[in-house]
Design a protein around this ligand. Structure first.
Ligand SMILES: N[C@@H](CCC(=O)N[C@@H](CS)C(=O)NCC(=O)O)C(=O)O
Length: 226
């Protein structure tokens, strides 16, 4: 199985972490933002990362292709049901799908403004980001989201849905590495429940491995930029 995309994308890390949690071997190849060539565009016609390929997945030499992080994780869950990341119980399943969507839209909208304008634009695209938009997201959107998460997690919960680690934990937690990368540290005094939950999730080997790769790239690119 091949995952196309860059490690700085939270959506790419979502897929790599889900695969690692399931004990699946995947090969990561470049894709997106001008990388990956025809083989990437074949898998992701609109150029979004991550994209996914199972060579000969459809038989008779035909590959199975997908281009969306949630779609890829749902495929992995159905194809490899051991070590589940999406619960079967109806209410828990609905909540996991909702929190995955919350992460991909609401949290990404806020975190993306921070990470794109403070990191991607100046360091990778070599042009100024919209720093006012980033500052506004830090001042208004991020606190609103954290207030809500703090309440939802509460003082006892280890995971976001029920008593088990799930796709919801992956999808929400991956966004925090980008928020941190954009210079916004989580205030553990103000958000102790979020801090406890995040430390537990990011302490898993699947997360630690990908976050270390991301940190290494950010450190190198910042050093190069001076
Ligand atoms: N809903 C998609 C979103 C994918 C997405 O927006 N990826 C961004 C990177 S974080 C991307 O490919 N950006 C490059 C572009 O739009 O050209 C998913 O979950 O995979």
């Amino acid at each position: 199985m091949i995952v196309y995309g860059a490690i700085l994308s939270p959506f790419v890390r979502k897929v790599l972490i889900a695969a690692a949690e399931k004990g699946l071997e995947v090969e990561q190849r470049p894709g997106g933002m001008g990388q990956g060539g025809d083989e990437f565009i074949e898998a992701s016609p609109f150029g979004k990362m991550p994209a996914f390929r199972v060579p000969n997945g459809r038989g008779e030499g035909r590959d199975y292709l997908l281009a969306d992080s949630s779609a890829i994780v749902h495929y992995l869950e159905a194809a490899y049901p051991a070590l589940p990341l999406i619960p079967a119980e109806p209410m828990a399943r609905g909540e996991v799908v909702w929190l995955d969507e919350f992460a991909d839209t609401i949290l990404m909208a806020a975190g993306g403004k921070l990470f794109f304008n403070r990191v991607v634009a100046p360091l990778f695209l070599k042009r100024p980001g919209d720093l006012a938009a980033a500052d506004d997201a830090e001042r208004t959107e991020i606190p609103h989201i954290l207030d809500w998460l703090e309440q939802r997690i509460g003082p006892k919960r280890e995971f976001l849905v029920g008593g088990a680690f799930s796709l919801a934990d992956i999808s929400v937690a991956v966004m925090f590495a980008n928020v941190r990368g954009a210079g916004v540290a989580l205030d553990a005094q103000k958000y102790p429940n979020v801090a406890r939950w995040l430390a537990g999730v990011e302490g898993r080997p699947s997360f630690a491995a990908q976050n270390a790769r991301m940190e290494k790239i950010l450190t190198r690119v910042r050093a190069e930029a001076g």
